[in-house]
Design a protein around this ligand. Structure first.
Ligand code: SAH
Ligand code: SF4
Length: 389
């Protein structure tokens, strides 16, 4: 089975109500071809690129380096579209969560996490997720479709709009880093993610370097090498368990790509060195994976892999079957890993009050009826069956 085969790719109508085509998300080559196809010169693509991705312009009338008749022609044929912002929530800690509505009515979340002189945008790759990691709320959502490249890119552009960073300052940007850690499994939607990230990395446009981009995967082993070769972004791997026995339960993808294959793929990730390590994410689940023995086994498992370990205190959501490990357990676990020579920062949960923390996206409130619990169990059972077939 091919890795991207799980979710249906739903191709959005690439035009607005007046039949005008959206230019956002076309590659440079596609934009050139587009210009030629309507009788405009090839270099118009370069000019447009600058306005769309460097200046953040959505209005052809503003694009004053283009002659007026050209602007008018473009406005007749094209749009530079943005998704609709349905909600814009700000946490007491400054984290912002945007719920964006795509043209087919599906909602997608992105989260901005500000720090003093920088900020990270957490981007979604799918509506929902075909996988059913037991600790993740996204895994309980029935509806799944891939986002297309323009929808992935639009999350970044919208964030820039909201942060007022067009054109972005060279230093001290509030949108300086990107993590593909929102809803969905990015390596199950590789083509669209890759196309969007190539545009994000383009130096004449949004210009966020590959060193500031991290893609997180649950362990889609067959896609990892290609991701490293083509995009060369930082890789984060959601590990969360050190035995196949436990990982099979909490992350069903492990039944397809077990730990040994996953760690081999990590070891072979292109561009890996001591200066460029893989981040292993490890969600701390009380009484499940948080003992000192687990920590020692983790160190053993990662032997020889340039790694850092990110300990993530579990973030609760309605109906979640787990609890967060105690601070003490996290501390002891972290010390063992640290003493073995691995950096092991504990990720401070951000935006919990607006349900923007890892694994909480699209969760509404913390109360749940018995019927809702049963419905969640049903979704998980259906999706697990699909994964096994
Ligand atoms: N599908 C990808 C990327 C999205 S999830 C992946 O699984 O890697 C981003 C991170 O949040 C993953 O490490 C995921 O395991 C973690 N996560 C999911 N639910 C969580 C929760 N409830 N509490 C803490 N971390 C969670
Ligand atoms: Fe999907 Fe990642 Fe959540 Fe697992 S942790 S269900 S792969 S989004």
């Amino acid at each position: 089975m091919s890795a991207s085969h799980h979710a249906s790719t739903f191709v959005l109508p690439a035009t607005d109500a007046d039949g005008r085509k959206n230019l956002v998300g076309l590659s440079r080559d596609e934009l050139e071809a587009e210009m030629l196809s309507v009788g405009l010169e090839k270099f118009r693509a370069r000019q447009l690129w600058h306005w769309i991705y460097h200046r953040g312009s959505t209005d052809f009338a503003e694009m004053t380096t283009l002659a007026k008749p050209v602007r008018e022609k473009l406005a007749d044929l094209y749009v530079v579209a943005r998704p609709t912002v349905v909600t814009d929530l700000t946490s007491t800690d400054g984290t912002r969560k945007w719920l964006l509505r795509m043209p087919d009515g599906q909602d997608v979340e992105s989260v901005h996490i500000p720090e003093t002189d920088r900020g990270t945008l957490c981007v979604s790759s799918q509506v929902g997720c075909t996988l059913t990691c037991r600790f993740c709320h996204t895994g309980t959502q029935r509806l799944v479709r891939n986002l297309d490249s323009s929808e992935i890119l639009a999350q970044v552009m919208l964030a820039r709009d909201m942060l007022g960073e067009w054109p972005a300052p060279p230093d001290g940007r509030m949108l300086s880093n990107i993590v593909m850690m929102g809803m969905g499994e990015p390596l199950f939607n590789y083509e669209n993610v890759a196309k969007a990230l190539k545009i994000v990395m383009d130096g004449d446009g949004i210009s966020i370097s590959k060193r500031r981009i991290t893609l997180s995967t649950s362990g889609v082993v067959p896609m990892m090498e290609r991701c490293g070769q083509e995009l060369n972004v930082n890789l984060a791997v959601s590990l969360h368990a050190v035995t196949d026995e436990l990982r099979n339960i909490i992350m069903p993808i492990n039944r397809k790509y077990p730990l040994r294959e996953l760690i081999d793929a990590c070891r072979n990730y292109p561009g890996l060195s001591n200066a460029r390590r893989i981040t292993f994410e490890y969600v701390m689940l009380k009484g499940v994976n948080d003992t000192p023995a687990d920590a020692r086994a983790l160190v053993k498992l990662l032997e020889g892999v340039p790694a850092k370990i990110n300990l993530i205190p579990f973030n609760p959501w309605p109906g979640a079957p787990y609890e967060r490990s105690t601070d003490r357990a996290i501390q002891v676990f972290g010390d063992i890993v640290n003493n073995a020579g691995y950096a092991s920062p504990v990720r401070t949960p951000r935006g919990e009050d607006i349900m923007a923390a890892c694994g909480q996206l699209k969760s509404a409130s913390l109360r749940l009826t018995a019927a809702e619990r049963a419905a969640i169990a049903n979704v998980i059972a259906e999706k697990d069956a699909a994964l096994a077939s």
